[in-house]
Design a protein around this ligand. Structure first.
Ligand code: ATP
Length: 240
C-alpha cells in the first residue's frame, strides 16, 4: 500500500485551544478509514485540519510524503477532495450548475450517480437532503481525487440514501481512492471501513481493523457516554 496521508503528533483546534491532541493516523491508497467518536470528540476539527481549512496547533500533516501546511485549494489541486459536515451545495444554483462549479467533469459525476440526471435543472435548494448530499459527494468524486475526506455523510438521512452514499465511497476506494470517513454512527462506518480510529475527548481511544472494532463495539459505545473536553495547548504550529 502507499501512504497518502499521515499525521504525526497532530494537535488541532481553535485559537490556542486544542480539541485534538497527539494524533497519529494514516490513510493508505485504496482503503476506507473511519474516524468515529461521540459529539465533540474532535472528528470534524481533525478533518478540517487535514483539509487545510484550519492550521495545526502542533505536530505534522504529511501529504503524499511531504509535510504540509498548504491551504485547502492547494491540497485540492494535488488530489484532495473534502465533503464538509454542513451541506456544501449552492442552494440557488441548479444541480447541473453545482456540478459545473466543481473541479471535475459533470459527465463523471453523472457516471457515478446517474440518479442525478433527473434533477439537473432543479435548484439545489429544492432537492431533498439526501439528494443534496449525493450532489456534494458526486462533485467531490468527479474530481477523481486521490484522497476523499468525508464528514458525516449520513447525517439525518434515510437508510437507503446512506447505503447509496457509503456504497459510492466503497466503490471509490476499490478504484484506489483513500478515504477518511467521519461518522458518528459506528455501524454505518463499520459496514464499509477497513480500519478505524475512535476519538474520545480529542485523543485516540481505540484503533484497529473494522473486524477488531466490531468485536469491541461495547467499548466504542462506552466512549460515546463521555463528554467532550477542550484544553489549552502551547505547541506552536509547524511550517511546511
Ligand atoms: P460532532 O460529531 O458533534 O460533529 P466532532 O467530534 O466532530 O463532533 P468537533 O466539531 O471537532 O467534534 O468539536 C471538537 C471540540 O471543538 C468541541 O468541544 C467543540 O465545541 C469545539 N469546537 C468546534 N468548532 C469550534 C469553533 N469554531 N470554535 C471553537 N471551538 C469549536
Amino acid at each position: 500500500m502507499t501512504t497518502l496521508l499521515e499525521t504525526r503528533g497532530l494537535s488541532a483546534g481553535y485559537g490556542k485551544l486544542a480539541a485534538v491532541r497527539d494524533l497519529d493516523l494514516h490513510v493508505e491508497r485504496g482503503e476506507v478509514v473511519a474516524l468515529l467518536g461521540p459529539n465533540g470528540a474532535g472528528k470534524s476539527t481533525t478533518l478540517k485540519t487535514l483539509a487545510g481549512a484550519l492550521p495545526p496547533l502542533g505536530g505534522e500533516v504529511v501529504w503524499k510524503g511531504e509535510v504540509t501546511c498548504a491551504p485547502m485549494h492547494r491540497r485540492v489541486r494535488r488530489g484532495l477532495a473534502y465533503v464538509p459536515e454542513e451541506r456544501s451545495v449552492f442552494m440557488d444554483l441548479t444541480a447541473a450548475e453545482n456540478l459545473r462549479v466543481g473541479d471535475g467533469p459533470i459527465e463523471k459525476a453523472l457516471e457515478l450517480f446517474p440518479e442525478l440526471e433527473l434533477h439537473l435543472k432543479r435548484k439545489a435548494g429544492l432537492l431533498s437532503g439526501g439528494q443534496q448530499q449525493i450532489l456534494s459527494l458526486a462533485r467531490a468524486l468527479a474530481t477523481d481525487p486521490d484522497l476523499l475526506l468525508a464528514d458525516e455523510l449520513s447525517l439525518g438521512l434515510a437508510p437507503l440514501v446512506v447505503h447509496r452514499l457509503l456504497e459510492a465511497v466503497q466503490a471509490a476506494a476499490s478504484r484506489g481512492v483513500g478515504v477518511l470517513l467521519v461518522e458518528q454512527h459506528a455501524r454505518h462506518a463499520l459496514a464499509v471501513a477497513d480500519r478505524v480510529y475512535v476519538l474520545q475527548r480529542g485523543r485516540v481511544a481505540l484503533q484497529g481493523t473494522a473486524q477488531e472494532i466490531l468485536g469491541r463495539l461495547d467499548e466504542v459505545e462506552q466512549t460515546y457516554l463521555e463528554g467532550p473536553s477542550i484544553a489549552a495547548v502551547t505547541d506552536s504550529p509547524t511550517s511546511a
